[in-house]
Design a protein around this ligand. Structure first.
Ligand SMILES: [Fe+2]
Length: 266
């Protein structure tokens, strides 16, 4: 289990807490981290714990070899639901479970796609938002079935792009949502891919962050958000972000994309 070390918190995390006077007052009695709000430390740790469970869930999913040609996305999705229920006791998801394959992989979450049969030499992603003990996780990984070189190249680019973009954010945690979005698009282009969605990062928290914080532009890394991502929520809470990398193949090569998602400021 990853433990949130309050003495080595991301600089963005510490600075957010320093910014608010009521936060300083609230944390004077916290012995381990005098400038960090105790509730934020607790939530940060709870999100790491939920993340660790999501990682374990993906290990279980991968060990079962579910992505077999001939199976439908819906079948695979149902089996994932059952595995999570049996292995982790969770039946709650804060966003719709996505198993997308082939041409369906070009579409972001808000686009409903038809069920599809997985083929030989296909590409797929699984994007899950499980809720563990009322705390949200959000985790997605990309998979290639077979040896298609372009699909393998695209899939291999995803974690590299993610790592670069997360490192850039960590070096400039006060960047705005628009700045991160522009950096992500530029990095994807440098790897030869277009970006597939209108935003590249969103919040995560106790269930439900959507109800607590809303769906305004300020809560997404998108061109319309000119607020520093390190800014606290209106109630003074530290905001925890998830980074999504969703790239598209050149249509001349193939109608498909790839998706990868993980924590940004933890
Ligand atoms: Fe997700």
């Amino acid at each position: 289990m990853q433990v949130l070390n309050v003495n080595r918190l991301p600089s963005s995390f510490a600075r957010i807490s320093n910014r608010s006077s009521h936060v300083r007052q609230a944390t004077r009695s916290v012995p381990l981290a005098p400038t960090i709000k105790a509730e934020d430390v607790q939530l940060g740790q709870a999100l790491l714990d939920a993340h660790a469970k999501a990682v374990e869930l993906f290990k279980v999913i991968e060990s079962k070899d579910l992505l077999k040609p001939g199976r439908t996305e819906e079948d695979i999705n149902k089996e994932i639901f059952d595995l999570a229920a049996v292995s982790f006791g969770t039946r709650k998801y804060w966003h719709v479970r996505l198993v997308r394959t082939g041409e369906n992989t070009i579409h972001p979450i808000h686009v409903k796609t038809p069920d599809r049969i997985l083929k030989e030499d296909d590409i797929a992603f699984i994007d899950l938002g499980p809720v563990f003990e009322n705390v949200e996780a959000d985790f997605a990984r990309n998979y290639v079935i077979g040896n298609d070189p372009e699909k393998n190249k695209l899939s291999a680019a995803l974690p590299k792009i993610f790592k670069k973009c997360k490192a850039e954010y960590q070096s400039r945690p006060d960047m705005t949502g628009a700045e991160l979005y522009a950096f992500v698009l530029r990095t994807c282009q440098e790897h030869g891919y277009k970006y597939a969605n209108t935003y590249c990062a969103h919040l995560l928290g106790r269930f439900s962050h959507k109800m607590d914080y809303g769906l305004e532009d300020v809560n997404f890394a998108r061109p319309e958000n000119h607020t520093p991502m390190s800014a606290a929520a209106p109630n003074g809470d530290t905001r925890f972000w998830v980074l999504e990398i969703h790239i598209l193949q050149d249509p001349a090569i193939g109608m498909y994309g790839g998706f990868y998602e993980d924590l940004l400021n933890l």
